[in-house]
Design a protein around this ligand. Structure first.
Ligand code: PLP
Length: 349
């Protein structure tokens, strides 16, 4: 759901993409994103793209052709990272877990020390399964072999702590349409000084022009010379989405998501629905109760839409027909929505 104040912000007059006001807004966005990511990285910005663009920027800038990329896989979006790595002609090694589980600390450490990759990628919040992977052991082992880490925070940004610096994540990207309560259109991204050093030392030119982070940094923070025509209204939106988070308080916002996630899960369990993901590995923004035996998930979803205008998603890939995927994120994470959904779901089932 998009916050009403965000819609209002988007209706404001559009300035030029080189207007000093635009760069002022970017500065506010940077400061806000640093707090939500939990980082002091000066290189923190929003690029003109959806979440997949942030993924593409991360992979194409930091994974050189011929280098080794290790991906911890266990869901649809990790597979997208694998595919992007292959398109960069990297040597991609994947460590798979069944969808709904995450890698253990021991497994992550063993795989990284064995493979000695240049870059390790993982999905912090896997929206296809509801699994959260905070990444402490991954980042610790990656540092031991001097590898950079990339974390997909598309669904976790603004919905649960990422603690980027404390965890040791080098590169993270997200989107605007989930925890930030904005429409889709920008991709927040942050890079550690260590990652930037690696980028500056890179020998081959990035195989991307639009997502060349050196050029984007020059536009947003350096010379402020034209690179592309930034979608100004989306920057207004993100600025407002961030202002809402600051007014609520970053910790209070995470706590709201945690409380509503717990209430929703308790409601599922009271209804006799089993959760796919073990309690310790669950995200706070996306929930995956299993579809009960004898129930068709499509029928249930259709009833929710027809009778209540509530849209939830089903599982896909390995989880097709087996789980519901229910988002409770940003503006949508409200106690009233928990009650509404639980009542409607019980009726539909
Ligand atoms: C974890 C994750 N990564 C990447 C993406 C891709 O983002 P977008 O659809 O905004 O390009 C999504 C989209 O839902 C996602 O959930």
């Amino acid at each position: 759901m998009v916050a009403p104040r965000v819609y209002e912000a988007m209706a404001k007059p559009v300035v030029g993409h080189l207007d000093p006001f635009f760069f002022e807004i970017n500065q506010e966005i940077r400061t806000g994103l640093q707090q939500v990511f939990g980082t002091a990285n000066p290189f923190t910005m929003a690029i003109s793209a959806t979440g997949s663009g942030g993924m593409e920027a991360s992979i194409t800038n930091f994974v050189e052709p011929g280098s080794k990329l290790l991906v911890f896989a266990g869901g649809f979006f990790a597979d997208r990272m694998v595919e992007m790595g292959k398109r960069q002609e990297a040597e991609v090694v994947r460590v798979d877990k069944p969808w709904g589980q995450t890698v253990t600390d021991a497994e992550a450490t063993e795989a990284i020390l064995r493979e000695k990759p240049h870059v390790v990628a993982f999905v912090h919040g896997e929206t296809s399964t509801g699994v959260s992977t905070p990444g402490h052991a991954i980042c610790k082992a990656a540092k031991e072999v001097d590898a950079l880490t990339i974390a997909d925070c598309v669904t976790s940004l603004g919905t649960m702590p990422i603690n980027l610096d404390a965890t040791g994540i080098d590169i993270a990207y997200s989107c605007t349409q989930k925890g930030m309560s904005c429409p889709p259109g920008l991709s927040p991204i942050t890079c550690s000084p260590r990652a930037l050093e690696r980028l500056m030392a890179r020998k081959s030119a990035q195989r991307t022009w639009y997502f060349d982070l050196k050029m984007l940094a020059d536009y947003y923070e350096g010379s402020r010379r034209y690179h592309h025509t930034a979608p100004i209204s989306m920057f207004y939106a993100l600025r407002e989405g961030i202002a809402l988070i600051m007014e609520e308080g970053v910790e209070a916002r995470f706590a709201r998501h945690k409380t509503n996630a717990a209430a929703l899960t308790a409601g599922f369990e009271a209804m006799g629905l089993e959760m796919l993901v073990p309690a310790a590995d669950r995200m706070w923004a996306l929930h995956t109760p299993k579809v009960p035996a004898g129930v068709n998930d499509l029928d249930v979803r259709k009833k929710l839409m027809d009778n209540h205008s509530i849209e939830i998603q089903g599982g896909f890939g390995q989880l097709a027909g087996q789980v519901f995927r229910i988002g409770l994120m940003g503006e949508g994470s409200q106690a009233a929505n928990v009650d509404l959904l639980l009542g409607a779901l019980r009726e539909a089932i």
